[in-house]
Design a binder for this molecule. Structure first.
Ligand code: PBG
Length: 329
């Protein structure tokens, strides 16, 4: 139908019609809040490159989580800030049953049993060199040796009570190996969120400051295991492999510069697609917001809605605490 019989502006003429004809929505159910946990009690440290985000000890984290969960926040993803003395070449602290993550999972699940706790499976907070895997004398990241460590780490999280383990390491074959180990230990209902299409991105910089792995990594890169930002078809292959190996949910990461990948993933696969609005995206938005160049609530809500439009089911965002308040004041 041609103008004037069709006027696209008719449905935009009032808030009521705009609401009625809206295709996509962001709800509290879509949010996963990534949190940085510190050892100890009553500790809070602001993160310089992520203004508005702090590393917290579990007691202070719980003080925030209890009201947020009451307002509908469903899920968190835990990242530990590991003290230098616990870092080593073999990352053994990663599967310490009394480690920071394992203790935090137990504390949070016992206070908030209905909150979905997702734990990160990767060795970078625990290695002295800051890589996600175990390396040899030449600095090569050893795939199959690393998988053995990841299995122990994932099992220790499941045992502590994690609802979902989330391998973010990008080793080949780790999803199948972790699934098999979980089944063997009767953790049938522990889910796996696979960071399937995880790109070697500069946008992880502030996160590495937050967990304190930036200094360990130095000038080294993660290019031999994380994906090349130039590739799209490869993401389909990565996701297909992880699903074949038993992933329950899959992730695309980063988010905003990779919305095309999210869309492709959604079109190809019938599983929930998660996306991560990573630390660098947060830092970009927040810098503009703090300078007064962007309105915080409007900018954040638009960015997150666009994740939904692209086909994202659940979004990891450092704004999840604020968005929960905005959606349910
Ligand atoms: C570590 C991990 C990273 C992020 C999540 N898990 C960093 C990396 O791969 O170097 C990044 C998250 C963010 O930037 O917000 N395996």
């Amino acid at each position: 139908m041609q103008y004037p019989f069709t006027r696209k502006r008719r449905l935009r003429a009032s808030a009521a019609l705009r609401n009625l004809s809206q295709e996509h929505r962001l709800t509290i159910n879509d949010l996963i809040w990534p949190v940085f946990v510190l050892d100890g009690f009553n500790r809070s440290e602001p993160i310089e490159s992520m203004p508005g985000v702090s590393r917290l000890s579990v007691d202070l984290l719980l003080d925030k989580l209890i009201p947020l969960h009451e307002k509908g926040l469903n899920a968190i993803a835990i990242f530990p800030v590991v003290h230098a003395e616990y870092k080593s070449d073999d990352a053994a602290e990663a599967w310490n049953p009394e480690g920071l993550v394992q203790k935090s999972i137990k504390t949070i699940k016992s206070a908030l049993p209905n909150l979905c706790v997702i734990s990160d499976v990767a060795l970078d907070p625990y290695t002295s060199h800051g890589q996600d895997g175990i390396i040899n004398e030449h600095g090569d990241i050893l795939n199959d040796v690393t998988i053995k460590a990841l299995i122990m780490q994932a099992l220790s999280h499941a045992k502590a009570g994690a609802d979902v383990v989330a391998p973010s390491d990008m080793m080949d074959g780790r999803i199948g190996a972790i699934r098999e180990a979980l089944e063997n230990k009767k953790h049938h209902n522990t889910g796996i969120l696979a960071y399937s299409a995880k790109y070697a991105s500069v946008f992880y910089g502030p996160f590495r400051d937050a967990v304190g792995s930036a200094g360990n990594l130095g000038q080294s890169s993660k290019d031999t295991y994380q994906m090349n930002p130039a590739n799209a078809l490869e993401a389909i292959d990565e996701i297909a492999m992880d699903l074949d190996e038993g992933a329950d949910l899959v992730m695309v990461k980063p988010g905003m510069p990779y919305l095309d990948i999210i869309k492709t993933a959604k079109d190809h696969f019938n599983v929930p697609i998660c996306a991560y609005q990573v630390s660098g995206e947060y830092a970009m938005l927040q810098s503009a917001i703090e300078n007064g160049f962007l309105d915080e609530q409007k900018a954040v809500m638009e960015a997150l809605l666009c994740f939904k439009r692209a086909g994202t089911d659940a979004i990891l965002t450092y704004y999840a605490d604020r968005v929960t308040e905005w959606l349910n004041p």
